[in-house]
Design a protein around this ligand. Structure first.
Ligand code: GLA
Length: 492
């Protein structure tokens, strides 16, 4: 069993020293608000962070490893319990945007109803609650009084939803005096979050729970969830990451049938197709194709990807749609699977809306991106100091190109910000998270951070959003360092 979720008694073990005074104020304010709203003393505080993905986009649900890191932005939940009932009263520090809600435990079987047709903030808490109580099967869970403060922008590509689900699950565990390992918490949160209607992979929850301060995280999902803390190269001046939110709100939930869930279906179809062509058993993911086909191969990991990419290009038939992809009928013929079976298996729980399935594009992205993650990890492990920054930057830029042209999950604003950044000292710039808006991440050095931030403010934000305030600007673009993962905070 992996280590238990840690209890941390001081903020400097969570945040960078420069952030501690601000965070201290924020925690105190949340604790005070809790008492004011609920009229009782807080008993516990839990925290789970957002993440920025350095490389490995849209490949976690294909089974391939990814390389994110946790950030300072997070979700904190303060709570207290009661044995008098099993109700949950949940309030948010931002009560205008997220009004207080109340619901009750519905028994071991159902736990709680979640209406996944609605975009409703408390659904994310319910996911964590449901996941935990399904696991622990309590007869009478404690009634809860909760207050939430989140600083991960919603729809900003920094994994606000996973931070909230992980913090919620941890709050339920802590409130009911249960204990759980970090890996279990992650695995439960991954499955639980799908209750809101997005067929997400496991990157965000893994980064939120399993990250370590000062390290990036290589997350692998197959054969089981495994993470490795990745040291970032030591350079002079020091390497730095800047995150710039395009402020194009990209809610995975809202566009899921055309974007996220569709990509999941397309990559499943690609796996089935390649498995068939390579005479392998039918499999669900491209990672299974890769593992099965090369299990006795003497090729290196990266060579295997190059080889499989070449084979894929030979196998795919030309489409009849001017490179737009295949219709469902065509896919059904290519896979030798009836349309109805494809619909039942892949498009019913998470419906999709499309005329064409772009299997060639998606396969090329997934295989090349998975290869880049391995190269990025190796470059960090075998760092040559300063020159490694360029290697990492090139990989990030290639990832962005692939996300834009092949996976089609970028957008004009993301492309703009990346271009401005590259002209102003970014070695590598790319979208981070699901894309279609949300945030971008840029690799630079500490001496260049201020210049890079200024350039993006002037050339992007002030032009695109002329009425943007200084406060909004400072919130939209930040320099960040790798932070620690989920924890129970005992220092109050
Ligand atoms: C979202 C999902 C993740 C991952 C990314 C894209 O953040 O929650 O599982 O698929 O998109 O890389």
């Amino acid at each position: 069993m992996s280590a238990p979720v840690p209890s941390i008694n001081s903020l400097d073990k969570i945040y960078d020293p420069s952030a501690v005074p601000k965070q201290d104020k924020r925690y105190k304010n949340l604790l005070a608000q809790f008492e004011k709203v609920h009229g009782r003393k807080p008993e516990f505080v839990v925290r789970s962070p957002g993440r920025v993905n350095l490389i490995g986009e849209h490949i976690d649900y294909c089974g391939f490893g990814v390389l994110p890191m946790a950030i300072e932005r997070d979700v904190i939940i303060v709570g207290s319990t009661t044995d008098e009932d099993t109700k949950i009263r949940i309030a948010n520090i931002n009560s205008k945007k997220y009004p207080a809600r109340e619901f009750d435990y519905e028994g071991k079987e159902k736990v709680v109803s979640i209406d996944s047709t609605k975009l409703e903030w408390s659904n994310y808490f319910k996911c964590g609650y449901k996941g935990m109580l399904e696991k622990f099967q309590l007869d009478t869970p404690k009634g809860l009084y909760l207050m939430v403060d989140g600083t991960v922008p919603a729809g900003g590509g920094l994994s606000s939803s996973a931070a909230f689900v992980c913090a919620s699950a941890l709050a339920v565990v802590t409130a009911n005096n249960l204990s759980i390992s970090k890996t279990e918490l992650t695995e439960i949160a991954i499955v639980a979050e799908r209750n809101v209607g997005v067929n997400s992979g496991g990157m965000d929850q893994s980064a939120s729970v399993l990250s370590e301060k000062d390290f990036a995280l290589h997350v692998e999902f197959v054969p089981k969830l495994r993470t490795q803390a990745v040291p970032l190269p030591v350079t002079s001046p020091k390497l730095a990451f800047v995150i710039a939110n395009t402020l194009v709100v990209a809610d995975k939930f809202v566009t899921a049938p055309r974007n996220y869930n569709l990509r999941v279906v397309e990559t499943h179809m690609a796996a089935l197709f390649l498995a068939k062509k390579l005479n392998l058993p039918a499999v669900d993911t491209l990672k299974e194709v890769y593992d099965l086909y090369y299990k006795d191969s003497s090729l290196s990991e990266v060579e295997r990807f190059t080889d499989l990419l070449k084979k894929a290009e030979e196998f795919y038939p030309k489409d009849n749609s001017n490179n737009n992809g295949y219709t469902l009928d065509e896919v059904s013929q290519m896979l030798d699977i009836p349309v109805k079976e494809l619909q039942d298996k892949y498009m019913t729980r998470f419906p999709v809306e499309t005329d064409y399935f772009r299997l060639v594009h998606r396969t090329k992205h997934v295989l090349s991106e998975a290869s880049r993650v391995i190269e990025f990890h190796k470059a960090c492990e075998n760092s040559q100091g300063d020159s490694t920054i360029k290697t990492l930057g090139d990989l990030m830029n290639a990832s962005q190109e692939s996300c834009d042209k092949l996976f089609m999950c970028s957008c004009p604003e993301i492309n703009d910000v990346c271009e401005i950044a590259r002209k102003n000292g970014s070695f590598g710039s790319r979208l981070s998270g699901a894309g279609w808006g949300g945030s971008t991440v840029h690799l630079t050095t500490e001496d260049n951070v201020a210049k890079l931030i200024d350039a993006i403010k002037n050339e992007f934000y002030r032009k695109k959003y002329p009425n943007i305030t200084e406060e909004e600007l400072d919130d939209a673009i930040i320099a960040t360092k790798p932070c620690s993962g989920a924890a129970i905070y005992t220092g109050f």
